[in-house]
Design a protein around this ligand. Structure first.
Ligand SMILES: CC(C)(COP(=O)(O)OP(=O)(O)OC[C@H]1O[C@@H](n2cnc3c(N)ncnc32)[C@H](O)[C@@H]1OP(=O)(O)O)[C@@H](O)C(=O)NCCC(=O)NCCS
Length: 175
């Protein structure tokens, strides 16, 4: 488990896939800026079993163990991308920012990465603020790059380079 100050990140175990499945199949969970996807439990389990180590799902947990969201990593060529979502009732309390900071610390401490990237909708001001607070910089608009809710949408690409990260903000260096 990756421990932060107010939240922890815990790898999603196979036994927890029912909760994960319940969340991702609820359109309110991802909200209006993410693709509308429905995935059966069998598909989720199959993808889970075949996923490479770079493709991981982590639950965001409060300190009492309550699960409140998910942070994902995806390999893109030789790069890593992250995604993050909290359940609606736990948004706006600083948990999303800390979860992203923990993930950035973890990825730079555990992998020889030069950059971590994330896409977000230009209208998603919360997500952009979270990325900026976690040290990401806006690179630009990637035009018509994802089919979301009936239309091809432009997305903003953000990234953080290892030299911009410099040192862990939440996690401590392993001794
Ligand atoms: C995006 C998400 C994970 C962020 O987590 P969170 O816990 O709600 O975010 P935080 O509370 O840590 O930070 C939110 C920041 O956005 C700011 N913010 C919120 N709405 C804003 C707006 N309309 N304009 C500008 N800033 C805004 C808040 O003021 C806060 O910044 P501050 O700490 O400087 O005041 C969460 O809101 C969520 O799950 N949203 C729906 C799914 C989603 O959009 N996922 C991201 C896809 S890229």
């Amino acid at each position: 488990m990756l421990e932060g100050k107010n939240v922890n990140l815990r790898v999603v175990e196979k036994e927890s896939l029912p909760l994960y499945s319940e969340w991702i199949n609820n359109p309110e969970f991802y909200g209006e800026y993410n693709p509308l996807e429905q995935e059966s439990r069998a598909e989720i389990e199959k993808n889970y079993d075949s996923a490479p180590p770079e493709k991981r799902k982590f639950f965001v947990e409060k300190k009492d163990g309550t699960k409140i969201g998910v942070v994902n990593t995806f390999p893109v060529g030789g790069l890593l991308e992250i995604g993050f979502t909290l359940i609606p009732s736990e948004r706006g309390k600083g948990y999303g920012t800390e979860a992203v900071q923990i993930m950035v610390d973890y990825l730079f401490l555990s992998r020889d990465l030069v950059r971590i990237q994330a896409y977000t909708d230009p209208r998603n001001m919360t997500s952009q603020r979270v990325l900026k607070k976690a040290g990401f910089k806006k690179e630009g608009v990637v035009r018509k790059s994802m089919f979301i809710r009936g239309e091809w949408r432009d997305l903003l690409l953000f990234s953080i380079l290892r030299e911009e990260w410099k040192e862990p903000r939440v996690l401590t260096k392993p001794t």
